[in-house]
Design a protein around this ligand. Structure first.
Ligand code: COA
Length: 256
């Protein structure tokens, strides 16, 4: 399978290592990358070849969010569809029948944090940085972040981070329960691979049943999030926030 934004590195064990591979844009999730993730996680014959999947990022980021250049083109209707599309792809990852581990090597912001949260487990380098900074662009998380962050770290803390858009360094993320383990950056992939080898010795049917119970028991909804996301796409503050990012300047929000 040939992709332009993902690189696949099958390991000698039964693990498939997947790199998000747009390092010059900090692996920002554009439409092509979402399509390619969708294709990968829909390929039943490929998935049946492996016992686990690790997703990591090429370069200094895991993923710095949805591609703001693409996002900035959204208006209300296309904004809601933009959000729905990401939600759909991430729900597919979450419902994968083999364990999917995010090995978070650097920035996991916005859609990058949402992708990590859609994986079953998160291992992070000590240098990783999480966060949902969308509010600083005049928008909200649209790929499941408003639901999954609440589930993972609780309503009060999630509300705080969603409202401030503050970065969450790896150690804090670990203390909050957002990540399972933090590792030295040089050993991140080895630790994730060692964990996969451990799970690969477990009975596959039971592994799948556990994932179905832990992650499938409370299906993700996302309707309200996508609706609010779409509405915000018609606001001045969204146009200004995304434009300011692309022009590398501070935004001037007006509340309209
Ligand atoms: N979408 C599109 N492009 C992005 C991006 C995104 N989410 N995040 C980073 N990039 C691009 C930058 O525009 C820049 O491109 P350029 O070299 O062509 O100008 C390149 O990636 C490097 O990013 P830069 O901002 O110069 O790196 P930095 O080390 O100074 O800062 C971050 C890193 C992650 C703090 C900063 O890039 C950032 O805040 N990104 C946006 C995070 C965000 O708001 N995500 C939510 C999106 S909905």
């Amino acid at each position: 399978m040939q992709f332009s934004t993902l690189s696949l590195e099958p390991q000698q064990s039964s693990t498939l290592l997947v790199y998000l591979d747009r390092p010059d844009k900090l692996n920002a999730l554009n439409a092509t990358m979402l399509d390619e993730l969708d294709q990968l996680f829909s390929d039943a014959s490929l998935l049946s070849t492996y016992r686990s999947i690790i997703i990591t990022g090429r370069g200094k980021a895991f993923a710095a969010g949805a591609d703001i250049a693409e996002l900035s083109q959204c208006v209300e209707e296309t904004g809601e569809a933009f959000s729905r599309r990401g939600q759909q792809v991430f729900a597919r990852i979450e419902s994968c029948t083999i364990p999917v581990i995010a090995a978070v090597n650097g920035y996991a912001l916005g859609g990058g944090c949402e992708l990590a949260m859609a994986c079953h487990l998160r291992f992070a380098a000590t240098t990783a940085v999480f966060g949902q900074p969308e509010i600083k662009l005049g928008i909200i998380p649209g790929y499941g972040g408003t639901e999954r962050l609440v589930r993972l770290i609780g309503l009060a803390r999630a509300t705080e981070y969603l409202l401030t858009g503050e970065h969450i360094p790896a150690e804090r993320a670990h203390a909050l329960g957002l990540v399972n383990r933090i590792c030295d950056p040089a050993s991140l992939l080895n630790e994730a691979l060692a964990f996969c080898s451990l799970i690969e010795r477990m009975p596959p049917l039971a592994v799948t049943s556990i994932l179905r119970c832990t992650h499938g028991a409370h299906p993700f909804d996302g309707y309200l999030e996508a609706h609010e996301f779409g509405k915000l796409c018609s606001s001045h503050d969204f146009q200004e926030g995304t434009k300011a990012f692309l022009e590398k300047r501070q935004p001037n929000f007006r509340g309209c």
